[in-house]
Design a protein around this ligand. Sequence first.
Ligand code: PTJ
Length: 256
Amino acid sequence: MTGITKDHPRYESLITREKIVEGVNMGITSKQGLVAQGRGEAFDYILGEKTIESAAIAERAAVAYILLAKNPIISVNGNTGALVPDQLVSLADITGARLEVNLFHRSDARVHKITEHLKAHGAGVVLGGKGDKRLDLSHDRAIVDEEGIFSADVVLVPLEDGDRCQKLVEMGKTVITIDLNPLSRTSLTSTVTIVDNVTRALNNMIQFTKDMKGGSKDSLQAVIDAYDNDRVISDALYSMQEHLKNKAEEKGITWI
Ligand code: PTJ
């Protein structure tokens, strides 16, 4: 890993970048994952590299959906496996959700490596290796486990491209996404759209689960009933615009 000291102004961002590079070196992350990370970094810069209030609202709604679900699944790809393995395992443990490796650039070797990586970080059962069902999609993200994503009622799909998300919604599932691009196909088709960095979002969701887990089913349902996803997306766009405006004015540039 490149020598990055904590006093570097872009420490968090650089460490995240290093983890993705390490993921590629370990055979967990695809090379395309590097490009996806760069895109995410750009959106995060525009957002202000913080969890905005509407994202926290979406994260609480996501936790409520997962806690009320019968068969919740957390989908893991090469980017999230490299960036947040501990948080994925903790969130699964604390909510009772199961982890399933599901890849766009699928190979058996990479499914195996990500599975072993999650296990090394404390995961028990990791689904995704069987691949005994197909979603109606033309690429390899269609390959899922029957007892996992195929039969799930709630699926958390952090960081992906959009057509699987759409397919899962068409199948009647609740789909929760974490995507820094509020206008991606994934963001626009999900039930709950979390516009936040996966590195912050999962930590928040773990904390919210601890806060909300003891609550009644009615109180969790009330969180869901009050949730408005269009408003959350709209607020993310507004927050990005405001952040850019403030940043420009700080630097003496007139916002027209
Ligand atoms: O491991 P695989 O084979 O399943 O491939 C995974 C990637 C991510 C390469 C694949 O799903 C892909 O190509 O995704 P896209 O189409 O690049 O979409 C990724 C989305 O996630 C983009 O909208 C990015 O802005 C966003 N994103 C990238 N990094 C982060 C992020 N969102 C949240 N947190 C991030 N750290």
